[in-house]
Design a protein. Structure first.
Length: 444
């Protein structure tokens, strides 16, 4: 029998099993699961009332709406999947589509950079947007720093917040104890955080996978507990207050006669300091991005990527995996220390509560959802996640539910992240040219 004739018959036989009844059954099953999960989260709410009595109320209307959305969404997803399948879009992208995506990235990066630079100009009178921009850029910098460890070197680090905390406390202690300025303490905070990154790297040289994740998670908790209990040095749960603000090359941003506004002959405004902090964190984030891109093109960057793909093959090629891992931890920790120093000078007060495991999980989620190894993807993920939290701030009861649902959908449709494509750091253009010359000469 001709295989070309047998295939349609087989498809026709399998068709009824995956027809309307199958789609409806799958949608009903999804709705049932949603009903069970949402019944306690949405359908019934409880609170502690007066005299210890439990007060509860029901929201069956909201529960029915969510279950209905899951039912309709399941049908829509199945129809879209069947529509995409015959087009072959689930397989490897055509070269034209890939080129369009690359061109879009080349246009999107300068556009985002120009818009970011102009944010203080466009939204000068909107303090909330400026503060939100500073927060987003801080997490962009943290994501790019962790991207060196997780995205490039392939080392799962769940304790990245420890380096963030070391940088913050280093700047706070140096500035309040010795009276050093922000610009002097900034490199010192990065160096100290890098030192702790090397200390973490030595015990985990032989670990990978789940074991590496457990040890790094424990390291982050150890740092937090040390900060919480070493009250003579860190202030314990009371934290450190009165942290000095940064100056503009030694000129304070204050309303006095020696302030920057008085020297420029303009009226002082508290927004000047916010704008200055915005450009400081923007410069630090761009420095992190530039250093990461440059390091990827160096032998150490290629060693990170080789380690990520296959550690055994990497060792067989003669690459020193010990040095490779230690440099990844050290450089990633250094940029985390820079971000921590900025966080301390922006807040003016730090405490161990600001450096919990949730911060590490959030930064890791930004790296994974953006696309491990993708600089643009990490920036977009930080914007979406931090900005998304703010958009749903008025929906406290649904914010985490929507956030979790969005991550699940993203992992289904974009399992490699928002920007899953990683441009190679080395192109074999010379080798291709030599091969073409050999073919022309008849040696191929």
């Amino acid at each position: 029998m001709d295989p070309g004739v047998a295939a349609p018959a087989s498809d026709a036989a399998a068709g009824p099993q995956h027809g309307a009844a199958f789609i409806l059954k799958k949608a009903l099953l999804s709705a049932l699961v949603a009903l069970v999960l949402f019944s306690l989260m949405i359908g019934v709410r409880t609170e502690a009332g007066p005299e210890g009595k439990l007060i509860y109320w029901t929201r069956f209307g909201d529960l029915a709406l969510l279950v209905g959305l899951v039912f309709v969404g399941s049908i829509a997803m199945e129809l879209v999947r069947r529509w995409i399948g015959p087009l072959g879009l689930t397989e490897r992208m055509p070269e034209g589509v890939s080129q369009v995506g690359a061109t879009l990235q080349r246009v999107l990066v300068p556009a985002l950079l120009i818009f970011t630079v102009l944010i203080p100009v466009i939204f000068y009178d909107q303090r909330y947007i400026l503060d939100l921009g500073i927060l987003v850029l801080t997490y962009v910098m943290l994501g790019w720093g962790l991207n060196i460890v997780v995205g490039l070197a392939g080392l799962l680090d769940l304790g990245y917040v420890a380096f963030y905390a070391v940088g913050a406390y280093s700047y706070a202690l140096l500035a309040t104890t010795f009276g050093l300025s922000f610009w002097v303490c900034l490199p010192l905070a990065g160096i100290l955080a890098s030192f702790w990154g090397v200390l973490l790297g030595f015990p985990v040289l032989r670990l990978k996978g789940d074991y590496l994740a457990i040890v790094t998670l424990a390291f982050g908790e150890i740092i937090r507990l040390v900060l919480l209990n070493w009250q003579d040095l860190t202030g314990g749960p009371n934290g450190i207050s009165g942290i000095p603000r940064p100056s503009f090359f030694g000129i304070p941003l204050t309303p006095g006669d020696d302030g920057l506004a008085a020297m420029l002959g303009i009226e002082f405004s508290p927004t000047h300091r916010v704008v200055f902090l915005f450009y400081v964190i923007l410069a630090l984030a761009l420095l992190t991005n530039w250093a990461t891109i440059r390091l990827r093109r160096l032998p150490i960057g290629r060693a990170w990527e080789a380690l990520r793909e296959d550690e055994i093959a990497c060792r067989a090629l003669g690459i020193n995996t010990t040095t490779t891992k230690l440099t990844a931890f050290a450089l990633g920790a250094m940029f985390g220390g820079f971000a921590g120093a900025f966080f301390a000078t922006r807040q003016g007060f730090i405490s161990p509560e600001s450096f919990s495991f949730q911060e590490s999980a959030l930064v890791l989620a930004i790296v994974v959802l953006g696309g491990m190894g993708s600089q643009l993807g990490v920036a977009l993920a930080a914007l979406v996640m931090i900005g998304g939290f703010e958009l749903f701030r008025g929906f406290d009861q649904y914010r985490m539910l929507v956030f979790g649902l969005a991550m699940v959908m993203l992992m289904i449709w974009r399992p490699r992240g928002l920007i899953g494509h990683r441009a190679p750091s080395v192109y074999l253009e010379r080798r291709a040219a030599i091969s073409a010359e050999l073919v022309k000469e008849g040696h191929g």
